[in-house]
Structure formats: C-alpha cells, structure tokens
Design a protein. Structure first.
Length: 316
C-alpha cells in the first residue's frame, strides 16, 4: 500500500472542481491523504525569480478551495500547496510525489473548443504515476452498441497488440483496474479488440481470411484475455470480471463501454526499443478525448519501477 498522497490539481475552473470532487472520493476509498495543488507563476522583479516549482504563499484559488472544504464531514487528510510555476511544466513532475494525479479535462487556459487541454495531455504522457482525467459532463457517444448493464463498473482496455500469455507478469493497467474495481465493489469490464477485417493485397487465387479464421482469432483472443485476467483473480477474489472481445476499432469499443462507468483504465503506449520518448498511443488519445467517464492512464511497468526506485516506494 503506497504512503504517497493522491494529488489533485486545481485552478478555480469548473473542470478542476469536478476533478477535485472525484479526487476527494478516490483518496477516501484508498485511505490516502489528498494534496491539493495550484500551480501559478507569479510576477517577480527580474533576477529575483524563485526556482520553478518552489512553494509560494497561498493563492486565491487555494484560499477559496480550503474555505469551501472547511467543515465538510468525511474528508480525507488534506494539505494545500501553491507552487510558483506554470502548470504545464510542474504538473507532470508531481507524479513522482503521488500515487495518483487527478485533473480536469481543461483548465482556465487554452481554447474553449478543446476536448482535452495541454496540461492533461502532458500529464497523461509524462507523469510517473497513473493520471486520471475527469471529463466535462454531457459527452455524447454515438454508437450502435447496447447500453452496458447498470451498476458500479470499471472498464479496462486490454491491448491485443502485445503477448497475452498466462505466464506473463500482470501488467500495471490490469493491476490498477482490479484494485479500482475492488475498492468500489464494482465489476471489472475488460474490453479487448482484435484487428479485423484483415486488410491484405492478394493476387488472383491467393488465400484470403475467411469467417472461420475470424472465429478462430476471436476464440484465441478470448482465451488469452481470460488467462491474463486470471493472474490476479486470487488477489481480488471478490471482483467479478466480464470480458468483451470484439473485432475492429478498439477506441470505439472502449468509448461505448465507458457509458455509465465509474472509471476507464488504459495503459500508456510502450516506447519503441532504444527510444526514451514517452508516448500516448492512438487508442489512449482517442479515449481521453471522447470517453464520457473519468479516464486513468497508467504508465508502463518500467516507468513505474523507475519511479518507485527514485522514491523508495513499492512499484505495486
């Protein structure tokens, strides 16, 4: 169990207020302290600038947030921090000090038409902890898929692009999703899309994939998902798991499954070999933009291990 806090970034916007409310409940469920942070660069005389990210006197946003929470029952342990820095530069770095970083889909800056602000994108891509982006209400999902069954539910996007063997260690996104389902007494809805139809150039008379091939591909994907999910079943025996294995558009299936969900969990894109650059995959990016539920982006196992080594925390 991590001793690090949940961190919520606030800036006085409605988006950050929604994110704060989500973070308050998440900290309570995790029995973790909540650190509420406002990053704002103050105007100082030339040559007297404090180091980026240095603690600063309480901003008006922090004062108002503290006042709004004073006297509310059932709150987790709270702390309030104003950091003298731009949000874009300091927020991703806060992941090293958090077990979870929570922010709204957009802050006060940027263009009103953006579905996801630059701060949310940077944190989801670069933070050393899982990042939850809380969307604005009322996102429309255009899909022919049936409405998911009601009840508490955590959705996990499981990639079919990487080996899903039973002897592989549980990936961090799966472990995160299982834990979130457990603390919410929610079921875990695993969504995995396999690539189909197969697009291929074929000369006359060459073999093309058939319906039987698709059935075999789906059966194999379903079996491998079941094996991967089973690696943590003994750790979370009370969590009910349902698997949805479908062909085609992974992002579309995830966004459709997000309707009515408590949380959607996706993994950060695995970097290419010999490349230190962190990336958001196209599916993760699309889910952040369009899912109607809060979205958690979980770093890779290597990134979490490096962060844990730096802080002395358990990577799990």
């Amino acid at each position: 169990m991590s001793t690090l806090p949940v961190i919520a970034a606030v800036d006085g916007s409605d988006d950050s207020t929604r994110a704060l409310e989500w973070a308050l409940e998440e900290a309570r469920l995790r029995e973790a302290p909540l650190r509420i942070v406002h990053a704002v660069r103050t105007a100082t005389p030339r040559g007297a600038e404090p180091p980026a990210g240095a603690a600063a006197p309480d901003s008006s946003v922090i004062v108002e947030t503290r006042q709004a929470l004073t006297g509310r029952p059932g709150l987790p342990e709270l702390s309030f921090t104003t950091l003298d820095s731009t949000a874009a530069s300091i927020l991703p770095e806060l992941g090293a000090e958090a077990q979870l970083l929570v922010l709204g889909s957009r802050g006060r800056g940027g263009f009103a038409s953006l579905l996801l602000g630059s701060n949310g994108m940077a944190c989801a891509r670069d933070a050393d902890s899982p990042v939850v982006v809380v969307p604005r209400p009322g996102r429309d999902v255009h899909t022919d898929a049936p409405e998911p069954a009601p009840g508490p539910r955590v959705v996990l996007g499981m990639s079919a692009e990487f080996p899903l063997t039973a002897d592989a260690a549980p990936d961090p996104a799966l472990a995160f999703a299982y834990r979130e389902a457990a603390i919410r007494s929610a079921r875990l809805h695993v969504v995995c899309a396999y690539p189909w139809p197969v697009v291929a150039w074929a000369a006359a008379g060459e073999y093309l994939p058939s319906a039987a091939d698709q059935e075999a591909a789906e059966a194999e994907c379903r079996q491998l998902v079941a094996e991967r999910v089973a690696t943590l079943k003994d750790t979370y025996p009370l969590v009910t798991v349902e698997a949805e294995v479908s062909p085609g558009d992974a992002a579309g299936h995830l966004v459709a499954a997000a309707r009515g969900a408590d949380l959607v969990v996706v993994g950060r894109h695995r970097p290419r070999a010999f490349s230190p650059v962190r990336m958001l995959g196209s599916v993760t990016h699309a889910v952040l933009l369009h899912a109607p539920a809060p979205v958690a982006v979980v770093p890779t196992a290597q990134e979490l291990a490096e962060a844990a080594a730096a802080t002395g925390e358990d990577a799990a």
